[in-house]
Design a protein around this ligand. Structure first.
Ligand SMILES: NC(=O)c1ccc[n+]([C@@H]2O[C@H](COP(=O)([O-])OP(=O)(O)OC[C@H]3O[C@@H](n4cnc5c(N)ncnc54)[C@H](OP(=O)(O)O)[C@@H]3O)[C@@H](O)[C@H]2O)c1
Length: 328
C-alpha cells in the first residue's frame, strides 16, 4: 500500500472521531508493516485518551517494527496528558513516517525533527485533510473555527415575513443537519432565533439522541424564557460575540456551527468571523421575508464577499453547498 493510499485510510479513521477530541485535533494514523501491508489503524481518543499513533501502534503490535507510519498530522513531541507520539513511534521501531500537515501548535511541534534525529526517515506529504482543516484554522486564529449553516429559499430567504421558518428544507436535509451537529463542539444561535423558534439545538438521529451532543450557546442580552426547550436542556449565554468566542476557545471548543439567525450571522460575517458556509437551498420561492443574512452590507459590486465552493450535495429535493472563505 502506498503512503497516499494509507493516508486515505487514516483520514477515514479520523472521520469517526470528529467532534469527540477537542481541544485535541481529530487525527488518523495507519501503520504498514515492513512489507508495506496494512498492520494497524487508529484515531485520536477523547481528551486524556491515547493519540492516533498510539492506537495504530497498539493495533499493529510487533508488526510495526521496521514498518511505516502514515499520520494526518505531524506526530506530537510533547508530554501533555499523554506521552509524545514521536517517541512512541521510535520505541516501536518504526522506520519511516509520512505526515500530511505540520503541527502549528508550538508546544507540540518538533515531532518530525525528533524522529529524524532518531534516524527515522520522515517526510511531509503535504496533502489536504478535510477532517483537520477546522482545527488547523482555529489553532492559527486562536478562536473556534466557525461554520455558518442556514436553510434558505432559492430567492435567499431564511424565514417568512411573519418570522415562521419551519420548515424551508425537507426531511433529508434536516437529518443531515442533525448528523452534522454531532460532529461539532458547540452550536450557536442569537437570542432572536432562541425566542422565535424555541429550538432544542440537540443532535438527533433515527435512533434518538446521538451520543455526542454539542454545547448549546445563545448570544445576546435578552433572557431565554424559563421552560423553553433550551432552558430545559441546559445552555450557555453570552451577551456578545467576543465574550462567546473567548469563553468557547478557553473551554476547548475548536469547531462550532453558527445556526443563525440572519442578524447574528450578518454581524459575524461583517466581523470576518465566518470561515465556512453550509447553505441548504430549497427549490422554493418566498418572494419576501427575512434574508438568510441581514446586514447593511455592500452597496456596489466591489463590496462583495466571496467564498469558494468546496462541495455540492443533493439531499432529497434540496441542495447543500459547502463553501470556505477565499483565504482559508
Ligand atoms: N432558515 C434558517 O436557517 C434560520 C436559522 C435561524 C433562524 N432563522 C429565523 O431567523 C429569525 C430570527 O433571526 P433574527 O435575525 O431576528 O435573530 P438572531 O440573529 O438569531 O439574533 C439576533 C440577536 O443576536 C444578539 N447579538 C449579540 N451580539 C450581536 C451583534 N454583534 N450583532 C447583532 N446581534 C447580536 C442580539 O441579541 P439581544 O438583542 O438579545 O442583545 C440580537 O438581537 C427567526 O424568524 C428564525 O426562524 C432561520
Amino acid at each position: 500500500m502506498s503512503p497516499e493510499e494509507a493516508l486515505q485510510l487514516a483520514i477515514e479513521a479520523s472521520e469517526e472521531v470528529v467532534g469527540t477530541t477537542s481541544p485535541n485535533p481529530p487525527v488518523g494514523a495507519v501503520i504498514l508493516d515492513a512489507d508495506g501491508e496494512l498492520a494497524g489503524i487508529g484515531a485520536t481518543q477523547p481528551p486524556g485518551g491515547a493519540h492516533a499513533e498510539v492506537m495504530a501502534l497498539a493495533a499493529a503490535g510487533p508488526r510495526a517494527r521496521g514498518g511505516t507510519a502514515v499520520v494526518t498530522l505531524e506526530p506530537c513531541n510533547h508530554t501533555g496528558r499523554t506521552g509524545p507520539c514521536s517517541q512512541a513511534l521510535i520505541d516501536a521501531g518504526i522506520a519511516r513516517v509520512f505526515y500530511a500537515n505540520p503541527d502549528p501548535f508550538p508546544q507540540a511541534a518538533g515531532g518530525a525533527d525528533h524522529l529524524r534525529q532518531a534516524g527515522v526517515d520522515t517526510h511531509l506529504l503535504g496533502l489536504p485533510v478535510p477532517t483537520l482543516s477546522p482545527w488547523l484554522r482555529a489553532t492559527k486564529l486562536g478562536r473556534p473555527h466557525i461554520t455558518l449553516k442556514f436553510a434558505g429559499t432559492l430567492d435567499g430567504f431564511a424565514a417568512a415575513t411573519d418570522g415562521t421558518s419551519q420548515w424551508i428544507t425537507g426531511e433529508t436535509a434536516r437529518a443531515h443537519v442533525h448528523a452534522d451537529r454531532t460532529r461539532r463542539d458547540a452550536i450557536i444561535v442569537g437570542t432572536g432565533t432562541a425566542l422565535t423558534d424555541n429550538p432544542s439545538l440537540t443532535a438527533r438521529g433515527p435512533a434518538g439522541l446521538y451520543d455526542h451532543q454539542p454545547r448549546r450557546v445563545v448570544i445576546g442580552r435578552r433572557p431565554v424564557p424559563a421552560g423553553s426547550n433550551l432552558d430545559r436542556l441546559g445552555f450557555e449565554q453570552y451577551p456578545g460575540i467576543d465574550e462567546a468566542l473567548a469563553a468557547l476557545w478557553e473551554s476547548g471548543c475548536r469547531d462550532v456551527l453558527l445556526e443563525g439567525g440572519p442578524t447574528l450571522a450578518g454581524a459575524m460575517l461583517r466581523a470576518g468571523l465566518i470561515d465556512a458556509i453550509r447553505a441548504y437551498v430549497a427549490p422554493a420561492i418566498l418572494g419576501a421575508g427575512r434574508s438568510v443574512l441581514s446586514w447593511d452590507g455592500g452597496t456596489t459590486i466591489s463590496d462583495i464577499t466571496r467564498f469558494t465552493t468546496t462541495a455540492v450535495h443533493r439531499l432529497g429535493d434540496d441542495v447543500l453547498i459547502d463553501m470556505t472563505r477565499k483565504d482559508h
